[in-house]
Write a protein that binds this ligand. Structure first.
Ligand code: NDP
Length: 460
């Protein structure tokens, strides 16, 4: 029997590992221990050391400060922050589960409403209510109505409570990951899609359930990845811009660039939320601390470092530099979007489409699932997919670099994002290629011969 790609499940080839080697375990323990500290360190450095990553270390080593001094100066969890955070998350939950999508009814080309995800390793196809764009629009409309009309709260509210909110985000991140772990033992949504390695730390970090849900519609992956994290991203940036206005009487062009470029990225995410159902996050990763805590803490706190930095160090770029950075960001975004679009179009039409005005070329490939069923697929070697095997990541990295460059070169802190994204996407590239190589075997070798580079032609 032959089944085209995407319509069959090959249990065992997808998802995270079944067995834990010592390196994976060591990495998991390292991340579980140090990730919260890294986030704290970055945010504390901005709050107490004007975004210098070196000064706290020098201060402590020279004996000018003790760790306890730094800790004592750190704002603690407050009732105000707890109330803000509870209202925020509750509001996003309500938008997610109570308001069916209406955007797809009037926005041409937008795919929203009830959509199907990819086939899970156990062969399930989940349905999702795609209403993230609507949640983003409603949230931001209310934000602006408040800022310009009602004045119920200050637009700087997020910046003003940033560290107390960090504790709230951590509590939710740990609570949801722990709940997901307990749920996978007691009442998993789909027991056949659970993976138990027997190693508690690994299972906690990488997740056991593939698509944990509460009821029919509350999907943990879709909710926590998109909202509250990514909806908050643009609001956090607005709050930083408002703080600049309050402190300096103006918003710098660098801050506007960060808001615009990251705003495009966020809007792109919600415009393509249905496409997101077919990415590695949803099709490969299980839901554990890596996604749960990462979405609640890592993403909102570390993806927004440029805006935070610019509050402490307002940078007014020369027009030439601002235009150069804008172009880098827009070209990066174009490559990222078009590469993703080309693969989506190619796969949806089974190659019956035009890429750069011509019928796409591809390599026919096949793979066999554990039950012996043979599946057929195609790997495109035209368009951006003929330039490099992961040119979408290259575009993403160009955009990430543009955000960082807005901050000038005085401090390393805003460059964390590009360093992190380079590690994340290179690792993801290798991880994905390992998976594709074991899936397609010799056909994958033919593909890598035809398209020899991963990210940058001639280099890597
Ligand atoms: P991709 O969208 O690149 O998907 C990889 C899969 O595509 C492969 O496993 C394979 O799947 C298929 N494929 C590979 N080569 C080809 C080809 N030549 N023709 C057709 N299909 C091919 O990966 P991701 O899901 O990781 O990334 C999606 C986007 O999300 C990227 O643009 C990335 O930059 C972005 N991203 C952003 C992050 C952030 O934090 N900002 C984090 C992670 C991703 P199959 O088994 O179907 O053949």
């Amino acid at each position: 029997m032959s089944i085209p790609n995407g319509s069959g499940a090959s249990q065992g080839q997808w998802g995270r590992a079944w067995e834990v080697d010592w390196f994976s375990l060591a990495s998991v323990l390292f991340l579980l221990t140090f990730s919260p500290l890294i986030v704290y360190y970055f945010i504390m450095s901005c709050d107490q050391y004007h975004c210098s990553l070196m000064d706290p270390i020098v201060d402590v080593l020279m004996g000018n400060s003790h760790l306890s001094d730094i800790w004592n100066k750190t704002p603690f969890l407050s009732w105000k922050a707890a109330n803000i955070y509870i209202c925020w998350v509750t509001f996003q939950v309500m938008l997610y589960i109570l308001v069916p999508d209406f955007c797809h009814k009037f926005l041409p080309g937008y795919v929203g409403g009830i959509q199907e995800g990819a086939v899970t390793p156990a062969g399930t196809v989940n349905k999702y209510e795609i209403n993230g764009l609507q949640a983003w629009i409603i949230t931001h409309a209310l934000w602006f109505v408040n800022a310009y009309y009602f004045h119920w709260f200050s637009p700087t509210i997020i910046f003003d409570n940033w560290i107390p909110l960090l504790w709230c985000a951590n509590i939710l991140g740990y609570a949801v990951s722990t709940f997901a772990m307990i749920k996978s033992y007691l009442f998993p949504s789909n027991p056949n899609d659970c993976k138990f390695t027997g190693n508690l730390f690994y299972d906690y970090m990488m997740g056991i359930e593939f698509n944990p849900r509460i009821g029919k519609w509350f999907d943990f992956k879709l909710f926590f990845n998109g909202r509250p994290g990514i909806v908050a991203w643009t609001l956090i940036n607005f709050s930083y811009a408002a703080k600049q206005q309050e402190l300096y009487g103006q918003v710098t062009n660098s801050m506007i660039l960060v808001n615009v470029l990251q705003g495009i990225y966020v809007l792109d995410f919600f415009w393509n939320e249905a496409w997101y159902l077919k990415t590695i996050d949803i099709c490969h990763d299980h839901f554990g601390w890596y996604l749960g805590w990462g979405d609640c803490v890592w993403l909102p706190y570390l993806y927004t470092l440029q805006g935070l930095y610019l509050v402490y160090h307002p940078v007014q770029l020369s027009t030439a530099n601002a235009v150069g950075i804008l172009l880098l960001g827009l070209v990066g975004y174009y490559i990222f979007r078009m590469t993703n679009h080309q693969k989506d179009l190619f796969r949806r039409t089974d190659g019956n489409c035009k890429i750069w005005g011509k019928k796409p070329q591809y390599i026919e490939c096949s793979y066999t699932s554990v039950d012996g069923t043979k599946y057929y697929s195609k790997l495109m070697i035209s368009g951006f997919w003929g330039v490099a095997r992961h040119f979408n990541y290259t575009g993403d990295l160009m955009g990430s670099l543009a955000y960082c460059l807005t901050c000038g070169f005085e401090h390393i802190l805003p460059y964390f994002y590009i360093i992190y994204m380079t590690i994340l996407l290179t690792h993801r590239c290798i991880r994905d290629e390992h998976r594709c190589s074991s899936k397609y075997g010799n056909d994958w070798k033919r593909y890598t011969t035809a398209v020899p580079y991963r990210l940058i032609p001639g280099v890597f």
